[in-house]
Design a protein around this ligand. Structure first.
Ligand code: FAD
Ligand code: FES
Length: 288
């Protein structure tokens, strides 16, 4: 059993949990992920390691309540237990002294970008970070990102905070004037596609992380197959990081939509059960 030591709502949709998992914390590196199962009947949910503390034996995960399992996870509280918390999985980010680098984070992608930016900074790189969200309410960890960045640019699509822009706008400006050795980009697939298209024009190597297309993380279901210039790879076994310039983005974007209908049905059932629980409680109240 893995105990939830702390739970925080970073905003209406995004939650943070600190999990007691000493064996994962001991070996965790930037870029890796864990597979969470809430209970014996739960599906396997791959989530990026957002932070870890080796001495405390804890791992931090951040998740958006998108489907049935993440909504269920979000309903748990400090003191509750998770059935399994397997990891660390996936190849760690290759951290070296590159020179000046840019870390681009979109939406919940801020969570997996933070440990990478932190490790790059510790390795002596000049780290410029660009963080984007649809609006101010969806932004989180601005201060944390600032502590690991030499420069931080914050944008929102609607201009409710920071600069009114999508992340590719400041990225293009910087690439036009500065010599950048490498770019990391994590966020929605469509964002990673446009970042990769842009950096290709400037010939700047770009690493993207594809955790979100994983299903069971075992290397067996085949759900995370991604087409690269040099053949097909599995995100959970060969990744999660890949060269953004080599990915067939259109096939990846269409694969991400494969299970939308099933996810919608499972989510609807979960909310139905939740509402029944609530009406049972109300009935109980009436009996008192
Ligand atoms: C490797 C990886 C790990 C992840 N790990 C987790 C996790 O542990 N937990 C979790 O809940 N989620 C995780 N995610 C989140 C991921 O699923 C997406 O960030 C999320 O689904 C997209 O929704 P959003 O609302 O956050 O993004 P949006 O708000 O739609 O987009 C965020 C920002 O991206 C930029 N952007 C979007 N579209 C474009 C475009 N066309 N051109 C240029 N810029 C654009 C904009 O600046 C926008 O503000 C992970 C994602 C990746 C890739
Ligand atoms: S997620 Fe199932 S094979 Fe990779």
């Amino acid at each position: 059993m893995y105990t939830i030591l702390d739970k925080q709502a970073l905003n209406d949709a995004i939650k943070l949990m600190v999990i007691e998992a000493p064996h994962v914390a001991r070996k965790a590196s930037a870029g890796q992920f864990v597979i969470v199962r809430i209970d014996d009947f739960g599906e396997r949910v791959p989530l990026t390691i957002a932070d870890f503390d080796r001495s405390a034996g804890t791992v931090t995960i951040i998740f958006q309540e998108a489907g049935k399992s993440t909504k269920h996870l979000g309903s748990l509280n400090a003191g509750d237990n998770l059935a399994t918390f397997a990891g660390p999985l996936g190849h760690p980010t290759e951290i070296k002294r590159y020179g000046a680098v840019i870390c681009v984070a979109g939406g919940v992608g801020i969570a997996p970008v933070y440990p990478i930016a932190k490790a790059l900074k510790e390795a002596g790189n000049v780290v410029i970070s660009i963080v984007g969200a649809r609006n101010k309410g969806l932004l989180f960890w601005e201060e944390r990102m600032r502590t690991v960045s030499d420069e931080l640019i914050v944008c929102t699509d609607d201009g409710s905070y920071g600069r009114k822009a999508v992340v590719t706008e400041p990225l293009k400006e910087i690439l036009s004037v500065k010599n950048i050795a490498n770019v990391w980009a994590i966020g929605p697939a469509i964002m990673m596609k446009f970042v990769s298209m842009l950096t290709k024009e400037f010939n700047v190597p770009t690493v993207v992380s594809l955790n979100t297309i994983m299903i069971d993380g075992t290397g067996m279901c085949g759900g995370c197959r991604v087409l690269l210039e040099d053949g097909a790879k599995f995100v959970c076994v060969d990744g999660p990081e890949f060269d953004g310039h080599k990915i067939d983005w259109d096939s990846l974007l269409s694969r991400q939509r494969i299970y939308l209908n099933e996810e919608r049905i499972a989510s609807g059932r979960w909310e139905h059960i939740c509402n029944l629980d609530k009406s049972d409680e109300t009935a109980g109240d009436k009996d008192k």
